[in-house]
Design a protein around this ligand. Structure first.
Ligand code: ATP
Ligand code: MG
Length: 394
């Protein structure tokens, strides 16, 4: 449904048209449509761009000061192409040398400073109040130093990992609760700092970098396979392969471990992540099997492993439903105060994310740790299936 035209603020039309270099008419239509959302976090109003629009990526965000009306556009983080065949893609795509960085499995966060305040922006282009608070508490000082020396037009890109986040669940021994690992720095419009410059800038500011796992001529692509084999044993996600000067875009490649692990995790909620997870990951394994010449025995073992990853959690999810257990994702978050927790809960509600608190542990200093459940639509599908006996698919 289209919102009434009268609700479009002419000031926002002006800002969006300037920020995206589109006509006022187009900006007005975008503001009326689901392609944008206008939200607020404390003294910042912002426009989130929810799909690619005239050369700007989904997740682009325009921050607007409620005091001065000044605005700043932060470009969305670009999609990274995936490699299926290392032997083909690496020599073909890169220029000379490649830097192999660890790809960490968490959620993408861009950090910026706007009007003297640090903000943490999610991949989708929202200021996450929870991530912003934790970022300020842990790295506030270092980030201030970084923006002081490199300027406020800088965008820091990195991965938040650790279990205490609302978005992803993957355990890293070096960051069990919450941490931030820098992997990019850029200035608008996507002008990236060379790898070495970025790594030393992050280090000087006391921030953590993702690990560098190798650097060599592109012809030595087989060394990336060795790196992957090492990560395989440790149960880690994979690598992002980069040109040291970002003259060409990075590429990503992941371990069999994570490909199968994600299927298994996703199939705990077949109607949510499950179905869309399967084919892309089976495809990755198909080409890995051939490129690495696995042979019949290993292919058979892998077939078995993939089959179990698909089917076991899926069947278990039905039994879980029948036992009356909620089909929901469980996660814990730590807050400095009850206000912070309330802020997160209203943020989740404003995005239509169904979370509920199931327990709260309060410390004498006022900080707290709360356990949440995020409802999954798989449960609603099961309810309908058990009442009608019919499939929602063909
Ligand atoms: P997309 O496919 O659009 O990139 P996605 O969330 O499916 O989105 P992933 O498969 O997780 O993407 O791979 C890209 C993401 O990997 C980046 O957005 C970033 O959050 C994360 N990442 C982790 N480590 C690195 C790294 N060293 N360099 C770049 N990105 C990294
Ligand atoms: Mg990821």
């Amino acid at each position: 449904m289209r919102r009434a035209k009268a609700s479009v603020d002419p000031e926002l039309v002006e800002i969006l048209s300037g920020a995206l270099s589109v006509s006022r008419e187009r900006a007005e239509r975008l503001l009326e449509s689901k392609a944008t959302r206008v939200l607020r976090y404390k003294s910042v109003r912002y426009i989130t761009i929810r799909r690619d629009i005239s050369g700007h990526y989904e997740g682009t965000i325009i921050l607007i000061s409620t005091r001065t009306g000044e605005y700043r556009k932060v470009e969305g983080y670009p999609h990274i192409k995936r490699v299926l065949l290392l032997s083909k893609a690496v020599p073909k795509h890169f220029i000379d040398d490649v830097v192999v960085e660890e790809k960490m499995d968490g959620h993408n966060v861009r950090v910026v400073r706007f009007e003297g305040e640090i903000y943490a922006i999610t991949r989708g282009g929202y200021i996450c109040p929870y991530t912003t608070s934790r970022m300020r508490r842990k790295y506030g000082r270092g980030l201030e130093r970084l923006f002081d020396s490199l300027g406020d037009d800088l965008v820091v890109g990195g991965e938040v990992v650790g279990l205490e986040n609302p978005y992803t669940r993957y355990h890293y021994p070096e960051a069990p609760d919450w941490d931030y690992f820098v992997f990019d720095m850029y200035r608008d419009p996507l002008d990236f700092l060379p790898v070495d410059e970025r790594r030393s800038a992050a280090e000087e500011a006391g921030l953590r970098n993702v690990r560098e796992l190798g650097r060599h001529p592109k012809e030595e692509w087989a060394r990336i396979r060795e790196v992957i084999e090492g990560l395989e044993k440790l149960g880690r996600e994979g690598v992002v392969i980069k040109d040291p000067y970002y003259r060409v875009e990075p590429l990503k490649y992941t371990t069999s471990f994570i490909n199968v692990h994600d299927i298994e995790q996703g199939m705990r909620f077949p109607f949510d992540e499950g179905h869309s997870f399967i084919f892309p990951r089976v495809l990755r394994e198909m080409f890995k099997a051939v490129e690495e010449e696995w042979g019949e025995e290993r292919v058979r073992a892998e077939a078995h492993r993939i089959g179990e990853a698909i089917f076991l959690p899926a069947v278990e999810s039905i039994y879980k439903y029948l036992r009356g257990e909620p089909l929901a994702e469980r996660f814990a978050l730590s807050f400095a105060s009850r206000d912070e927790m309330d802020e997160y809960i209203s943020y989740a509600a404003s995005l239509g994310v169904p979370v509920s608190v199931i327990s709260i542990e309060e410390s004498p200093d006022g900080s707290l740790r709360a356990v949440f459940l995020k409802h999954k639509k798989t449960e609603d599908h099961y309810r309908r299936i058990f009442s009608t006996g019919l499939s929602p698919l063909d």
